[in-house]
Design a protein around this ligand. Structure first.
Ligand SMILES: NC(=O)c1ccc[n+]([C@@H]2O[C@H](COP(=O)([O-])OP(=O)(O)OC[C@H]3O[C@@H](n4cnc5c(N)ncnc54)[C@H](O)[C@@H]3O)[C@@H](O)[C@H]2O)c1
Length: 357
């Protein structure tokens, strides 16, 4: 174990979004490190919440089924926390374009309410927030470092940029010890494969599991730097553990920048499926496509000693093995949801409040 991570022994941690993909992976690791973990998650419809994600540690984790904006319900938990990992949010760019106000509620307003409470009840507490590369928009240069301007191309990117700025402002004002990790495409066990619009790696894994052909929009040359979830979790743990942080914003990226066609070919080979096919971009995807992306993670390597370790072929094989253990469950074959990716109930903001209550 990295020596610095010994500090988690007995630490009281709040993990928002802890029923989701990355949050649950982090919660499991925190329990392994001896931390006391409370998860806050309102199981927002259309996001990746799944009770089963916490199965390995369910008896050791307290779960509050609450919206992070529901600050009165969280008061005592915020007051008694030593550290917050803030991963609550909606990842879907497509959802954000269909329902921008819903995305604003989830990714911006709820965050502001939550941060206000943290600053009031636990001034100065360390908060590690899950930002996104989407805030940079179409990169002006590669690799993208933390000085790249924020130019988001979709509502998700705009609202995440706002939430990042809230965190940075609270830190600047000395009210919270906030730090933001801008994540690239994260993949691994516990992604919501059954849920449409969760990004191309979720779609690829779903199709790999069924040995179906993978499809790529465009010419397949677009670069991405996928990051295995365990490596991302390691970065959250370091950002939570280092006593004095030299910076407030860090970019995370994977160890390799690969063309989408390379990614798809690797996936097809590992799954034993047919070779991938190229397809023209649907107009709604083209509008929000960011072209090539590769993160410059020099800052976090230099300042916190983090670097991505898992090569894509290794990580995607591990992920596939995880889903192959229970394919029917992960694909929800016995409980099919909407096939087309459109969920009418998401349009009704009241559903958010109902899900939270
Ligand atoms: N997965 C990626 O590739 C990726 C990339 C960039 C950034 N991120 C960020 O990382 C975080 C976690 O992403 P993930 O992939 O684990 O998504 P996920 O959908 O699997 O998990 C997010 C969880 O947050 C919960 N949630 C959302 N809004 C909430 C609220 N207001 N109150 C309480 N719970 C709420 C959802 O119910 C869900 O369980 C998100 O903030 C996302 O924007 C993820």
């Amino acid at each position: 174990m990295n020596n610095i991570l010994r500090c988690y022994q007995g630490k009281r941690t709040l993990v928002t979004g802890g029923l989701g993909f990355i949050g649950s992976s982090l919660a499991i690791r925190l329990v392994e490190l001896g931390a006391r973990v409370t998860v806050v998650d309102s199981s927002v419809p259309g996001c990746g919440a799944d009770e089963a994600n916490l199965k390995p540690v369910r008896d050791s984790v307290a779960v509050l089924y609450r919206d992070i904006a529901d600050t009165s319900a969280l008061e005592n938990h915020i007051r008694s926390a030593d550290l917050v990992f803030n991963l609550a949010g909606e990842v879907s760019h497509t959802h954000s374009m269909k329902w921008p106000r819903r995305d604003a509620e989830l990714n911006a307003l709820a965050q502001l309410r939550f941060l206000e409470s943290c600053a009031r009840l636990r001034p100065g507490i360390r908060i590690v927030y899950a930002g996104t590369r989407q805030v940079y928009g179409r990169p002006r240069y590669l690799p993208v470092d933390e000085n790249h301007p924020f130019c988001p191309v979709d509502f998700n990117g705009i609202h995440k940029a706002v939430a990042i700025q809230y965190h940075l402002l609270y830190a600047e004002l000395g009210k919270l010890d906030a730090v933001v990790l801008n994540l690239t495409n994260i993949y691994g066990p516990r992604m919501a494969l059954w849920e449409p619009c969760q990004g191309f790696l979720s779609v690829f894994l779903r199709r790999m599991l069924q040995r179906q052909q993978l499809q790529i929009f465009g010419d397949g040359s677009q670069l991405r730097d996928p990051l295995y979830v365990d490596d991302a979790v390691e970065a959250f743990l370091l950002a939570g553990a280092v006593p004095q942080l030299p910076s407030r914003l860090y970019n995370l990226g994977g160890p390799q920048a690969l063309g989408l066609i390379q990614i798809a070919e690797t996936c097809s080979r590992i799954a034993g499926g047919p070779p991938p096919a190229l397809r023209p971009f649907p107009p709604d995807h083209k509008q929000i496509d960011i072209g090539n992306y590769r993160a410059d993670w020099t800052r976090i390597r230099t300042e916190l000693g983090w670097q991505p370790r898992t090569l894509f072929s290794e990580g995607i094989s591990r992920a596939l093995l995880f889903y192959q253990a229970e394919p029917r469950y992960h694909l929800r074959l016995d409980d099919p949801g909407p096939a087309c990716g459109v969920r009418d109930e998401l349009q009704d903001p009241l559903n958010l409040r109902r899900a939270a209550s």
